[in-house]
Ligand binder design. Structure first.
Ligand SMILES: NC(=O)c1ccc[n+]([C@@H]2O[C@H](COP(=O)([O-])OP(=O)(O)OC[C@H]3O[C@@H](n4cnc5c(N)ncnc54)[C@H](O)[C@@H]3O)[C@@H](O)[C@H]2O)c1
Length: 303
């Protein structure tokens, strides 16, 4: 079976998710609210296919359409990859439910917003769930499949099976909590990293060096729970009794971020963030990340 896939939002994630399904032989329809974005989707997919060394003909499976209605009209699966804005996503799913077949699975690729909130306007919530892909979706294998209290077993099983068939590694998230599993873990680390810099414990470059040259290098083969078992649950408890009281536990974004933003230090997009990022340093880091992920995960398909 090759389900018809509809993708709402043709940006960084949407074009990459389209590429995954197209390479696996699915018909993909994709739309974007911005006409210039629509005009570039196929070229963007072709360029990425070229960079991956895959057959550019896969782009022929992708049809770019002007309206949401046309995009979802005969879809088996709808994946929303529009900007991270709750009201916008709610509005999209209200429209999708009107226009898509009644049996279509509806999925949001939100990074952190709960699926229950996003799907609140949807009447039939048994077919709605989260699929949290990671960037770039054609290299990183994991997709978090997020359950809600209303989703049906058939919807979850159908999505998990589809994702496996297109070469992804789905995991089920049983509770619809903000950030699911991956982004909760990731941002717990970032909160502490920012606090260390803000408090002058070390500079920003040192934070990244410490992670990359120590536990970060192990993480791909040794998860935190495996590591706790490896060193011992008793040692883990002893360490926590000393360190947890001093870890950052802010419930608001750090004022340090507001200071950087006030100084136009937005990161790559303004050439300076925590650290300085001249164009060549940005290109080098992006290339290094892609090379690393390709080495780890890219298993060329025969298509
Ligand atoms: N960038 C990441 O690393 C990443 C990873 C996982 C999940 N996500 C999530 O995926 C979603 C998309 O992120 P992205 O990085 O691709 O953003 P992006 O800005 O690259 O793409 C979003 C696209 O949606 C379009 N859009 C805006 N309003 C729309 C509408 N009403 N209908 C259709 N399209 C519309 C925009 O024109 C844009 O092309 C967000 O929810 C984001 O949080 C992002």
């Amino acid at each position: 079976m090759t389900e018809r896939i509809a993708i709402i939002g043709g940006g960084l994630m949407g074009h990459g998710i389209a590429l995954v399904f197209a390479c696996a032989g699915h018909q993909v329809r994709i739309t974007d609210a911005v006409s210039e974005a629509r005009a570039h989707i196929r070229k963007r997919i072709e360029t990425t296919l070229g960079e991956l060394g895959r057959d550019r003909k896969a782009v022929e499976k992708v049809q770019v359409v002007d309206t949401l209605k046309a995009c979802v009209a005969d879809a088996d699966v709808v994946i929303e990859a529009a900007p991270e804005n709750l009201e916008l996503k709610q509005q999209i799913f209200a429209e999708v439910e009107q226009a898509a077949p009644s049996g279509a699975i509806l999925a949001s690729n939100t990074s952190v917003i709960t699926i229950g909130q996003i799907m609140s306007p949807v009447k039939d919530k048994s077919r709605a769930l989260g699929t949290h892909w990671w960037n770039p979706p054609y290299l990183v294998p994991l997709v978090e499949v997020v359950r809600t209290s209303d989703v049906s077993e058939a919807t979850v099983a159908g999505m998990v099976e589809l994702l496996r068939r297109v070469g992804k590694s789905p995991v089920e998230v049983r509770k619809d909590v903000p950030g699911f599993v991956g982004n909760r873990l990731q941002h717990a680390l970032w909160r502490e990293a920012i606090a260390l810099v803000a408090e002058g414990v070390c500079d920003a470059k040192t934070v990244d060096e410490v992670v990359k040259s120590s536990f970060g290098a192990r993480l791909a083969v040794l998860g935190p729970i495996e590591n706790a078992d490896l060193v011992g649950v008793d040692l883990t408890r002893a360490i926590h009794s000393y360190i947890l009281p001093s870890l950052d536990r802010a419930t608001e974004p750090s004022p340090y971020l507001d200071r950087l933003i006030g100084e136009e230090r937005l990161g790559f997009k303004s050439g300076r963030g925590f650290r300085d990022w001249p164009a060549e340093a940005q290109a080098a880091l992006r290339a290094q990340v892609t090379r690393h992920l390709k080495t780890m995960f890219d298993t060329p398909r025969g298509d």
